[in-house]
Ligand binder design. Sequence first.
Ligand SMILES: Cc1cc2nc3c(=O)[nH]c(=O)nc-3n(C[C@H](O)[C@H](O)[C@H](O)COP(=O)(O)OP(=O)(O)OC[C@H]3O[C@@H](n4cnc5c(N)ncnc54)[C@H](O)[C@@H]3O)c2cc1C
Length: 485
Amino acid sequence: MLDVCIIGGGVIGTAISRELSRYQLQVRLVEKNEDVGTETTKANSGIVHGGYDAKHGSLKGFFSAKGNAMYPQLEEELHFGFRQTGSFVVAFNETQEQELHHLLENGIKNGARGLTIISGDQVREMEPHLSKNITKALLCTTAGVTSPYELAVALAENAAKNGVEFTFHTEVRGIEKVEDHFVLHTNQGPIEAKVVINAAGLYADRISAMIGQDDFKINPKQGQYVLLDKDQSFLTDTVVFQAPENGTKGVLVAPTVHHNILVGPNSDYIDEKSDVSTTQDVISKILKAGSKSVDAINTRKVIRSFAGNRASSDRHDFIIGETAVKGFVNVAGIESPGLTSAPAIAVHVADLLKEMGAELTADPNFDPTRKPYQRIAELSGEELQNLIAEEPAYGRVICRCESISEGEIVDAIHRGLPITSVDAVKRRTRAGMGRCQGGFCAPRVMEIISRETGLSMEEIVKQGEGSYLLTKRSKDALERGGKDA
Ligand SMILES: Cc1cc2nc3c(=O)[nH]c(=O)nc-3n(C[C@H](O)[C@H](O)[C@H](O)COP(=O)(O)OP(=O)(O)OC[C@H]3O[C@@H](n4cnc5c(N)ncnc54)[C@H](O)[C@@H]3O)c2cc1C
């Protein structure tokens, strides 16, 4: 019997798993998809907010300021990619300037740090390509950018190293309370646990309802984005929000941790939780709104568009706590700033378990560190030569667009989490993220996954259930002697 079963491998579930791995507990995380970080955690702005925006007194305000302060140490321990770029909330008129003062006051109450209001000229001194129409800005020096899915992977790998079990392709379909424990009915059979933590993102209301706790609803609220090529990184290396006006928040123009530029998102309720399609109409509006903040957005430099859905609850704040069913904990409605808040929420959940009577004995073998990837693209000639001499696989380039070697891919596969998809490798190494989008390297990545894990080529998916790249051997290949197609 498990001490704790966490449902959901987004940034919230993985942060909780890593926090609980500090203790002598039997913990398992179950995830319906093939990897961690494949839903909302995969598609968002990637901003580590300063903690000034969410209303003082709300859980969002409390956890975002606390979470922000935890990021530098987390990055030092786990190396997932975090840059403290700072952020501006820019104003174009007096009404918006008033908003900057409200945000500053709210931020101070939340405990946010590094806040000052500066003039438009000071803004342009720091970022020369920002609009000359900006009159003032709220500068937050502690805000930054991160790679959300790399964070989820890093948290999960570190949790796995410290004893947490991860089972993917495992969908919870029903939950029963039996005496003093729970039985989770999944497509992979039953799982027994004393405590259940519901971190199922957009589906947390359905999971909670399985145990009769249906007192909230999650409504998906979509955000669409465009991503610009790295050669547009000159536009800004500071996150640029627009001050709210007439109840709307405007769009952001922000650097990503990998030096692309992100423009977006909109914020519209949609019917279907899994709908992540983008539309030309919304994308055009985003580009127009983003152009207010910077000199010019070159639409020919758009490399892709994508969408993510916020798990917006009808309570309009995070829902965190033990429910009326003893031992069943909801960590639900974690919309923005959930990514920022995740590390602080995880610590809170561990404290909550103690209050609930769980015995949390520190594990003396807990290791908070995760070794960084050796990225050949970032090494000097001499460093690379030394690395290749130690491990020749670092000398074989698999993804030409992003210069990713076989050594990096092999390393990604052997870090404690089951790897069954090409996109799981892509999320960890960036193989397939360049201009050709995997056209050249995907078959070679499949061969390496197959060789390293023992999975057959037909079992490897691109991403998600049923997204097979090869279904069977081709007739021609069979006639030529049975080689794989
Ligand atoms: C457009 C947009 C922009 C955002 N920008 C920011 C930002 O800049 N900064 C910030 O701090 N936050 C931001 N956020 C919020 C942040 O992305 C979320 O708060 C965070 O990713 C939520 O993580 P999660 O783990 O709760 O959910 P998810 O990442 O969705 O994880 C939940 C997991 O549960 C799994 N699951 C669901 N049902 C089951 C089941 N029955 N059985 C097993 N597994 C199941 C899912 O497959 C999923 O992997 C943004 C969100 C959006 C959508």
